[in-house]
Design a protein around this ligand. Sequence first.
Ligand SMILES: Cc1cc2nc3c(=O)[nH]c(=O)nc-3n(C[C@H](O)[C@H](O)[C@H](O)COP(=O)(O)OP(=O)(O)OC[C@H]3O[C@@H](n4cnc5c(N)ncnc54)[C@H](O)[C@@H]3O)c2cc1C
Length: 342
Amino acid sequence: VTVDVLVVGGGPVGLAAAIEARLAGLSATVIERRAGVIDKACGEGLMPGALAAVHRLGVDPPGRPLRGIRYLDGERMLEHRFSGVEGRGVRRLALHSALASRARSLGVAFVEGRVDDVALGAETVAAGGVTARHLLACDGLHSTLRRRLGLESSRAIPVKRRRYGLRRHFALEPWTDVVEVHFGARTEAYITPVGDDTVGVALLGPQGFDFDEELASFPRITRALGDAAPASTLRGAGPLRQLSTRRVAGRAALVGDASGYTDAITGEGLRVGMAQARSAIAAIVAGDLGTYERQWRCDTREFRLLTNQLVVLATSPLRPLLVPTMLAVPGVFGRIVDRIAR
Ligand SMILES: Cc1cc2nc3c(=O)[nH]c(=O)nc-3n(C[C@H](O)[C@H](O)[C@H](O)COP(=O)(O)OP(=O)(O)OC[C@H]3O[C@@H](n4cnc5c(N)ncnc54)[C@H](O)[C@@H]3O)c2cc1C
């Protein structure tokens, strides 16, 4: 049997791609190496655009409303509320199980296994024992298929631009309905309310930082957390910046983090990945996966530009000026947040 769309990687973007495929009347199989409900280091903020994309797929995961973004630096603070839209803080476990059950109910087939290679043919593509007309590699930041398809960039990322993320949850009622971004000397801390008694704390910074040590450098956060108990084990990811040369190789394409990633500083990974999943399936439906390349550039352009600029600033000697500058020109901050909200 030849399936229409083989998705490698059953993270949120792979599941979204499989759902998109079924909604377009195509058969879809997902191969995922991990069993059960999948967790991952993530800030877990579904920005309004990501929440709308998830709703479009017929999925409404439980979580806590996100009404804006607040930047804090020592005792300074600036905040912008999303206008007329809302995001949601959603635990990855909740997002995964909601997307997976929607995919199952639409008839997506699931195979457990790790894909190490891919065979590209003129009419079909095969991986993990499944033959398909098209393959979407949604295997995340360190995508094996990006390398196997010859789409990985050999450009080295300067060490100071290599950023890593660590996250842990704490058991307490959230004190905020916005994503708080606390700017420290070395790291930023992202606070996301994700449940009635769960707050997510994600830290982004240079290689090798210690979660507890860095967290202790944010007195506002430690005060707010009080003696709340950790509610998850520490998880990490990185380096975040990953580059691909192109997104399409014959009947295969890269989607989501696998297609290249800049940074989590704007919390847009899920929105951008969902948009790519939609574009890739639209290209397949239109009969020319090659057109996904141009659409991918369009879907990711602003994300790549803005995120890259923020990371360059955040990893430069100008880092301490970031929040004061935004405070001096709050209109710019407002525009950035409104853009992130889309
Ligand atoms: C610290 C941090 C904070 C973040 N905060 C936010 C945020 O607040 N909001 C937001 O929108 N985004 C955020 N992001 C980004 C977001 O987590 C990613 O963009 C998103 O998870 C990408 O989804 P994906 O499905 O492409 O990849 P993943 O979620 O990584 O899924 C890939 C899947 O592929 C599977 N897989 C890998 N290799 C293979 C293989 N060889 N064979 C079979 N299966 C395989 C993996 O097991 C995994 O399930 C953050 C990221 C980090 C690191």
